[in-house]
Design a protein around this ligand. Structure first.
Ligand SMILES: [Fe+2]
Length: 269
């Protein structure tokens, strides 16, 4: 069985043309990351975008995203994050998956199943509310989806348990315990999240997890700040999820660093 490679990008944060985030152009960053991923991994089977597709949830931002994805030759799967707005997303992506109104999907891979869940809390969308939630309808779907999955891999925007960044833990998944109960019961093999904009890995309830950087702006290493809005211009990245018959491997690529020439030094490891 061949390895199934999936490109993972989170927190794209598309803005209107001419706008920037800490001086960075999210559309240019996403386009560069996408081009880098497709050129470097022509054998990738699909792309998964795990929320914060746009910065303000505006229809023109989703239209810009749609245009950036127009020439992608492999399937693209998406769910939403706290910066998204479900109604505007559906206006522009009317064929997106719909589970009781939510953008949730069960994606069969070669040797595993990726369960992609929508953790956007709303509507309504109170100003400044960035925590996530999975309502009863989504929890019921999650239970069935993970229960039926082959080697389940769970992908969500919000993290379901603290990662020890106080600012980000304030806006985590508010009912993460319920999600972890379901994930653990189903024997989930791996969880992947976005939201934090920083490379983090570990385990929650014994289930391995990984959090990926944004292709655009990142969270600094600050385990004391109570702000959820800290951003730093560190290299942009995407992830590569590899499903093999025996293992799940997660790589991350800082594509904005460029490619330094590799020196084949036999004593360098
Ligand atoms: Fe984000």
């Amino acid at each position: 069985m061949m390895t199934d490679k999936i490109i993972v990008m989170s927190d794209i944060h598309i803005v209107a043309p001419g706008e920037t985030i800490i001086g960075l152009d999210p559309s240019a960053r996403f386009a560069a990351g996408l081009a880098h991923a497709l050129a470097t991994h022509p054998d990738a089977s699909r792309i998964v975008l795990i929320g914060d597709l746009t910065h303000h949830g505006a229809p023109e931002e989703y239209q810009a995203l749609r245009a950036l994805l127009a020439d992608v030759p492999i399937p693209v799967h998406m769910t939403l994050g706290n910066h998204d707005r479900r109604e505007a997303f559906r206006q522009v992506f009317p064929d997106a998956p719909d589970v009781a109104g939510f953008v949730c999907e069960n994606i069969p891979l070669n040797g595993a199943t990726l369960v992609l869940g929508d953790t956007l809390d709303g509507p309504p969308y109170p100003a400044g509310h960035h925590a996530g939630a999975m309502c009863a309808a989504r929890l019921a779907w999650l239970d069935a989806a993970l229960g039926a999955a082959e080697r389940p891999i769970l992908a969500l925007h919000h993290h379901p348990a603290p990662i020890l960044f106080p600012g980000m833990d304030r806006i985590a998944l508010t009912n993460g315990d319920a999600v972890l109960d379901i994930a653990a019961k189903a024997g989930t093999q791996q969880m992947i999240f976005g939201h934090v904009h920083r490379t983090i890995s570990g385990q929650m309830r014994g289930i391995p997890f990984a959090i990926f950087k944004s292709p655009c702006h990142q969270m600094p290493m600050d385990m004391h700040s109570t702000s959820s809005a800290l951003s730093v211009d560190e290299p942009g990245a995407y992830g590569i999820l590899c499903v093999t018959p025996d293992s799940l491997i997660l790589h991350t690529e800082d594509f904005t660093l460029g490619t330094a020439p590799a020196v084949d030094d036999p004593h360098s490891r």
